[in-house]
Design a protein around this ligand. Sequence first.
Ligand code: ATP
Length: 513
Amino acid sequence: MSNKENSFKKIVSHAKQYGFIFPSSEIYDGINAVYDYGHNGVELKNNIREYWWKSMVHLNENIVGLDASILMHPTTWKASGHVDAFNDPLIDNKDSKKRYRADVLVEDYVAKIEEKIDKEILKAHKKFGEGFNKEKFISTSPKIATYQNNSKKILTRLNKSLEKNDLEDVKDLIESLGISCPESGSKNWSKVKQFNLMFSTKFGASSDNAMDVYLRPETAQGIFVNFLNIQKSGRMKLPFGIAQTGKAFRNEIVARQFIFRMKEFEQMEMQFFVKPGTQKKWYSYWKENRLKWHLSLGLDKQNYRFHDHEKLAHYAEEACDIEFKFPFGFKELEGIHSRTNFDLGNHEKFSGKKLKYFDNDSNESYVPYVVETSIGLDRMFLALFSGSLKEETLVDNSIRTVLKLPLSLAPVKVAILPLIKKDGLPEIAKKIYNDLRYKFNAAYDEKDAIGKRYRRQDALGTPFCVTVDHQSLKDETVTIRFRDDMKQKRIKISSIDYTIDKSLSTINLLKNL
Ligand code: ATP
């Protein structure tokens, strides 16, 4: 097993062992690409959602929220283009009977070439040591140039074929690259076919007049159909944004990607409505703004990169992804799209209702342009979880597993631990716990030796452990231990609240934005 697979496996099993994520309906052997969040997972997920909401809605005076329904009138999806064009190209391996996304097979092939480039760079770095100039090496190494040209050629051909819907060429490409089934190694491929990703269901009580409806594949359309409701009732002036978080459903063709690609997932989306002609400026603004948001959380900058799209979705004028270095390589975490007036324009056409904005300044009516920021909450969870899970070797050579989540997003903020289960220590600890609970998600733990309890809290990312010992009986002090450096300090019981609050408050993060 490769290092990458090994570390991914560790992340999945840590998430399960510590109550973050379980396979859905596991007692029935689970259901592919659907997951449940456990008692710690739901706290972390709520905290990420809240951080996004506060920074997007509460801190921008021209952005407001919305909670639209999952089921929408089916014509919505005709107008948005999803009925006709929300497809993935799929291919079956005839021997293993496994189904794959044809474009993903090719992209994974290209990712391997990129890994080779990284290896070349690493080799050269080792060889030349301190004075190594990475940019110069990349621009002058003939081997790297060949790899880069090769990747570019493959991706250009893939994108062109997909744009033209030339599925035979996509199959040809897979065969000419010698791509084999990752499960069985077989190269016996079926034709490439398009597959619509929307889940449909019946709406209505009697089967005769039940209407076919879809589970929404994105939250964005709920925002577009409410554009005028919000603009009018909120007396909003352009530019302004509408944000919402909520479930979306896609019948994805998935192979073991944990919560990266799920059939039921949650999105956090914001549609920013602007005057036509200003969309380029706002697109750049949101691109930078969103990267800043990610960096505010404190993971290493090297984990993020932009990927500008060459192949654009049917509605987009410009688009990019913020990619994150997941355990299985750089992949899309968030999309930023300049969506033109495609959606509002089409909803006007299909509904026959005007969706124009009256501009008081220029005395004209027009359909606004839209810049969208769209991030998967579950992918954000995986990015933070995988980027924070560390194994550290301590001075005594033991290994400590610690989840170094951003402090204010940690599921449990403080654990109160009586050193032993007698001599009145549990009583003091319980009192502290009961007082702190009003403000922080706190835990009380008296089982096992203290060292073991510290490790348990480290593994789920708890920033502070407060230990009540015999000295607490005498002078009303406790020790407070910080997760990241394991340093302990003696403080007054009365100052625990302040000590925790000042380093945990989300305000610290938000002020950095
Ligand atoms: P991908 O190329 O990975 O399929 P996409 O380009 O289709 O993603 P968008 O339609 O732009 O994704 O959706 C916006 C965001 O929603 C993505 O950046 C991602 O974070 C999240 N997302 C999309 N599909 C899924 C999924 N199946 N499971 C979890 N998150 C998803």
